[in-house]
Design a protein around this ligand. Structure first.
Ligand code: 3H9
Length: 698
């Protein structure tokens, strides 16, 4: 018998149990084990019904992604599913946890499906740049109809057991998977129910066959936000094949689409991102087995945009929050904004109708920092100056309970310095959320000089608990994300002095796949902030200063690098800005030249990668993939390009180093000289990925 799949017989029912932690993924051993056990059960004359179930935390969560891109090992999943579907004895899939991807496809090849109430069922392949490759695009539309199928396959989000029951994806909700599955199988055998094969049942396709707009409208709505991605469109085509073609031909079409995507660059990048995200949660350089501290209640200082967003993130995960302000008025305003925010989401159908009240009930708004006493984690989101932060941390030292983790949400200040304001620097770290904090997934966890390992583990695990993606970074100006962004900003500004326009620069950046270019982003954030800070520091930035002097502070004043029509966020190029730039250049005696889009792209991206190399060399990020995680989840880096460091490897480090050296000379900018680490890797013909592999081997 297989090590990871076992077969037991209980009277006339065979129970096949997959036990391959952590998530029962369909490795070659699991596929082989299922094949052998099902075959034995079919061959056993005593057996009249078969249950397929899983041990551990979940039903099969999909194909084993680590096997993709390697030579295939038999048996293929299609072969296993064909044996199951054509079994002369009924097979019942008994689901708990998450039946995802290949896991749900296994269940779809069974004749019946039952699931526990908390189970989730889905085909998330599209999130890995793939489409379901083992019949999912053909069987799911036959099980639930093409409209829901396309939603699940192109959208990639799972549905609950209740929704699955309603849609006909499962037959019953059971208490325990194994016992419930077995009881159901006995019923099927006793009642001599038919062998239901989805491949032979076209009844739910009839409506879409008659009127294909049911399907095309659903696809159009779902692919609206899929700019640049290949998989959602290929997945929709495969579902279309289920409507248009006989089952076996549809299956063939699906297979072709799957293989094309699997061997393509986008899925490679997306699979990399999947593992990068999980790797980032593993903290390097702390004693193995370090346990986090218990966090039952969180206190957040500041009910402004950041503090409110952070509070919502905790409430969304069911964690009680004390939200603290300095005055009643600010508190009332902050609470009101959160309430409105929740109500708007509920009105859109994003959360259940009773969720706003439930979540707001978890947020206790109070005035006065002395109320932090019962919190296990305190996050300050107050005004961003060192003096204010130090004052707040000094008070926290006085009021927070011993052992509470004290986090600053600063986006660039020195946490070592902040920690000095307390007598417990071991409890102090950074938790840098990104705006809007209830939406953006990234949380940079800043490890200060004296941060204790268990405080760090606490921050990483609580971030995961509230559905954020944590990345541990070291102390430096702007940490990983903003430090790299600053390099891009510097070049963006310089490009204006050389003859490029804001809209040209932004168009190149958005065409690459970023959600926004640097100038539209500046308008969104508000140009006056940088202007004030430059004035404080006695620094000049002629074009940006001229804009602000003309009252153009960005979106909030309807004018910035762009103009905005009343109530609209659409950035419209403004001839006045062009004039203002021309005048500034003339005043400074600068000559304009034609700047190509290729140059813009290189000067937007390569300096960031150069900074990334410095960040790695300084140990501010432990792995190149951590930098990628920061950019993927904090700045909207297109997932199909894997992250800046992954992308740099695909471009070639030698090319990047050469171009940086060229621009350093050409634009007389020593900051563009290739960083020593980049230069070394380029000279050795290596990649950033080789660093990760080397550190794993060490
Ligand atoms: C597919 O099925 C294609 C088919 O249609 C066609 C085939 C022909 N493979 O996320 P966690 C690891 S495509 C290998 O931290 P959670 C993961 O790396 C697949 N490894 O736990 C981690 O390892 P480590 C479609 C996997 O409880 C550990 O398991 N399926 C896989 O927060 C724990 O993971 C999917 O896309 C895998 N498939 O969440 C589902 N899955 O501990 C992908 C996980 O060493 N998986 N690992 O870091 C998930 O969404 C989540 O892992 C899951 C559990 C919800 C299951």
């Amino acid at each position: 018998m297989s090590e990871v799949v076992k077969l037991e017989r209980h009277d006339n029912i065979a129970v096949v149990t997959v036990n391959s932690p952590p998530v029962n993924a369909l490795s070659a051993a699991v596929r082989g084990g299922i094949f052998e056990c099902i075959k034995s059960a079919i061959d056993d004359a005593q057996v009249q019904g078969i249950v397929l179930t899983c041990a551990g935390r979940t039903f099969i969560a999909g194909a084993d992604i680590t096997e993709f891109g390697k030579p295939p090992k038999p048996p293929g999943l299609a072969e296993v599913l064909s044996l199951m579907e054509s079994s002369p004895k009924p097979i019942v899939a008994a689901i708990h946890g998450t039946a995802l991807g290949g896991g749900l496809e296994v269940a779809l090849a069974c004749h019946y499906r039952v699931a526990t109430k908390d189970a989730k069922l889905g085909l998330p392949e599209v999130k890995l740049g793939l489409l379901p490759g083992a019949g999912g695009t053909q069987r799911l539309p036959r099980a639930v109809g093409p409209e829901l199928a396309v939603k699940m396959i192109v959208g990639g989000d799972p549905i609950s057991a209740d929704a699955a029951l309603k849609a006909g994806l499962i037959d019953e909700i059971v208490e325990g998977p194994a016992s419930g599955g077995e009881a159901f199988a006995r019923k099927v055998v006793a009642e001599k129910r038919p062998l239901r094969k989805l491949r032979d049942d076209d009844s739910k396709l009839a409506a879409a066959k008659a009127d294909r707009s049911i399907f095309t409208n659903a696809v159009a709505a779902l692919t609206k936000k899929s700019r640049g991605l290949e998989a959602p469109f290929a997945a929709a085509d495969a579902v279309g094949a289920a409507i248009d073609l006989p089952f076996d031909e549809g299956l063939k079409k699906e297979r072709e689409g799957f293989l094309k995507l699997m061997n393509g660059e986008q899925s490679k990048a997306q699979r990399y991102a999947f593992f990068a995200e999980r790797e980032a949660a593993k903290i390097s350089g702390i004693p193995e087995g370090t346990k986090g501290r218990n966090v039952a209640r969180v206190a957040i200082l500041g009910a402004g945009t950041m503090g409110g967003g952070i509070a919502m993130s905790f409430a969304n995960a069911g964690i009680p929050v004390t939200l603290i302000e300095t005055g009643e008025e600010q508190l009332k305003r902050g609470m009101g904004i959160m309430q409105k925010n929740y109500e708007a989401t509920a009105a859109r159908g994003g959360i259940p109708a009773d969720a706003p009240a439930k979540r707001m009930a978890l947020i206790n708004g109070v005035v006065g920092i002395e109320n932090v006493g019962d919190a296990d984690l305190v996050i300050e989101a107050v005004f961003e100056t060192m003096a204010v932060k130090k004052e707040v941390f000094g008070k926290l030292d006085q009021y927070a309970k011993p052992g509470a983790v004290l986090a600053s949400n600063t986006s660039y200040l020195n946490i070592d310095e902040i920690a000095k304001a307390t007598k417990r620097p071991q409890d102090v770290l950074g938790m840098h959320f990104f705006s809007p904090a209830n939406v953006m997934k990234l949380c940079e966890i800043v490890r200060a000089d004296k941060t204790a390992p268990d405080a760090l583990v606490t921050a990483v695990s609580i971030a995961r608990k509230i559905a954020k993606v944590p990345a541990v970074v070291g102390v430096c100006d702007g940490f990983v994300g903003n430090r790299m962004l600053a390099q891009r900003g510097k070049q963006a500004e310089k490009l204006l002095f050389e003859g490029a326009l804001p809209q040209q620069v932004d168009a190149v950046v958005t065409k690459f796949g970023m959600p926004m270019g640097p100038f539209a982003m500046g308008d969104l954030a508000g140009l006056d902030i940088g202007w004030r800070s430059r004035k404080d520091r006695g620094i000049k930035s002629e074009i940006a200063d001229a804009l602000c002097e003309a009252g153009r502070f960005g979106q909030k004043t309807g004018k910035g690098y762009y103009k905005y029509e009343q109530g609209s966020r659409a950035a419209l190029p403004d001839p006045e800005v062009e004039k203002l730039i021309d005048e500034t250049l003339a005043r400074l005696g600068r000559k304009k030249r034609v700047v190509s889009d290729d140059e813009i792209l290189e000067r937007m991206m390569y300096p960031m990668i150069n900074e990334g190399a410095k960040i790695l060399a300084e140990g501010i990020a432990a792995r190149p993939s951590d930098i990628d995680v920061v950019w993927l989840y904090g700045y909207g880096w297109p997932i199909y390009r894997g992250g800046p460091m992954f992308w740099a490897d695909t471009v070639g480090l030698k090319h990047i180093a050469d171009r940086l050296a060229f621009y350093a000379k050409e634009t007389n900018d020593p900051s563009l000289e290739p960083a020593p680490l980049l230069k070394k890797l380029a000279d050795e013909g290596k990649t950033f990925a080789s660093l990760a592999a080397a550190s794993k081997a060490a």
